[in-house]
Design a protein around this ligand. Structure first.
Ligand SMILES: [Zn+2]
Length: 322
C-alpha cells in the first residue's frame, strides 16, 4: 500500500493524473479519475448525482487547466455512482463498453428517482435501498448515455499519453472496464476493486472477476485507484480475489448441502472479511453463484428481495456490534 491518504477530494498521482476519492467508500460513495496531457483531458467516471459531480469538476478545474473542458469521459460500468453525473460533461466524447451502454438503459436516473420516491411502499427491500441511497439526489438528472462503445480493448490518447481501456467484465456488472496508463503505472479499476469494502457481484461469473483481479495485479502498476475505498496496489487487487475465492468455496459447500441461497448467505461466517464495509452484500454474491451453478433453474434475482435480505444481514451485523 502506498502513502496515499484516504481523504475526500482530489489527490495528485503525478504526471498529470489525479484521483477523486469519496470516503468512506460505502454504498454510492465512488471514486473517479482524471488524466491530463498536452492540453487534453480524460475523466474516468462521473459521480452519483449532479451536485457531487459539479463539486468534483470544479476541484479538477482548479488543479488542472486541461479539465476546463473534458475531452473524453470513460464510464467504467453502468452503476449510477459511476455515470449519473454524465450530464455535467455533455459535449464530451463518452466511451463505455457496449455491454455497459446497454445496461445503463435498464436503470436510468429517472427510474432510480421513481424507485426512491416509492421506496417506503416497497417493504424491507425498499427500506434498505432508501437508507443506502438517502444522501444522493436523483431528481431531474438527464440520462446521458455513451456516445461511443467498444468491446474487448480500446486504445485512446490524451496528448502524448496512452490510455488503454480493457473490458474485464462481465463481473461486477455486465460490461466492466478498467483504464490503464501503461506509461505511468497507474490504473483506474472501477468496481472491479472495492478496497476495505465488500465487492458485490451483480453480474458474474465470479470466475471472470477472479481473473480480472489477477490481470490487474499483473499489470505491474504502482498506483491502483479502486472504484470504492483507498488507493491501493497489486496486493489490494489480490485481496479482492481472495475474498471472491473464499465466498465461492463457502457458498459451494452450502449449495451442495441443499441450503437455499438466503439461508446460505445467513450461514456463511465471513471471518477476516467481516470487517469490510457493507458485508451484507454476501446476499447478492451467494445468489449470483447459485444462479451460475443451477444452470438456469434459478432465475435472475429480484433486486428488491436481495436488498431486503441485505437489510436483514446488515441489521444483524449492527446488533453484533459489527
Ligand atoms: Zn460503485
Amino acid at each position: 500500500m502506498g502513502d496515499w491518504a484516504y481523504t475526500k477530494g482530489l489527490h495528485e498521482l503525478g504526471n498529470g493524473s489525479y484521483a477523486w476519492l469519496q470516503p468512506d467508500g460505502g454504498w454510492g460513495w465512488s471514486n473517479a479519475g482524471l488524466v491530463c496531457d498536452g492540453g487534453e483531458s480524460l475523466l474516468v467516471d462521473t459521480l452519483f448525482d449532479v451536485r457531487l459531480t459539479r463539486e468534483m469538476l470544479a476541484a479538477m478545474r482548479r488543479a488542472a487547466p486541461e479539465a476546463a473542458r473534458i475531452g473524453t469521459l470513460v464510464n467504467t460500468h453502468a452503476n449510477g455512482d459511476h455515470c449519473y453525473g454524465n450530464s455535467e460533461v455533455a459535449g464530451a466524447r463518452i466511451v463505455a463498453s457496449r455491454a455497459s451502454a446497454e445496461e445503463m438503459d435498464e436503470l436510468p436516473p429517472e427510474t432510480m428517482a421513481n424507485l426512491m420516491k416509492n421506496a417506503a411502499a416497497l417493504g424491507p427491500g425498499g427500506e434498505f435501498l432508501a437508507r443506502c441511497f438517502a444522501p444522493f439526489q436523483f431528481d431531474g438528472i438527464a440520462h446521458t448515455p455513451p456516445t461511443e462503445t467498444f468491446s474487448g480493448e480500446l486504445r485512446l490518447s490524451v496528448g502524448a499519453k496512452e490510455v488503454v481501456l480493457l473490458e474485464l467484465g462481465p463481473a461486477h456488472t455486465k460490461g466492466d472496464v478498467i483504464a490503464w496508463l501503461p506509461g505511468d503505472g497507474v490504473v483506474f479499476t472501477g468496481d472491479i476493486l472495492f478496497i476495505d469494502g465488500t465487492p458485490i457481484v451483480w453480474a458474474g461469473p465470479v470466475s471472470n472477476w477472479i481473473a480480472a483481479c489477477e490481470r490487474i495485479a499483473a499489470l505491474d502498476a504502482g498506483v491502483i485507484v479502486p472504484g470504492h475505498g483507498p488507493i491501493t496496489d497489486a496486493k489490494g487487487a489480490l485481496r479482492v480475489r481472495d475474498y471472491l475465492v473464499y465466498v465461492r468455496d463457502q457458498t459451494r459447500e452450502r449449495f451442495d448441502a441443499g441450503l437455499s441461497p438466503a439461508d446460505a448467505a445467513r450461514d456463511i461466517a465471513l471471518g477476516e472479511y467481516a470487517a469490510w464495509r457493507d458485508a451484507e452484500r454476501i446476499a447478492v454474491n451467494v445468489h449470483t453463484l447459485y444462479r451460475e451453478w443451477s444452470a438456469g433453474a434459478l432465475g435472475r434475482a429480484n433486486a428488491l428481495e436481495l436488498f431486503g435480505l441485505m437489510g436483514e444481514l446488515e441489521k444483524r451485523g449492527r446488533a453484533r456490534g459489527g
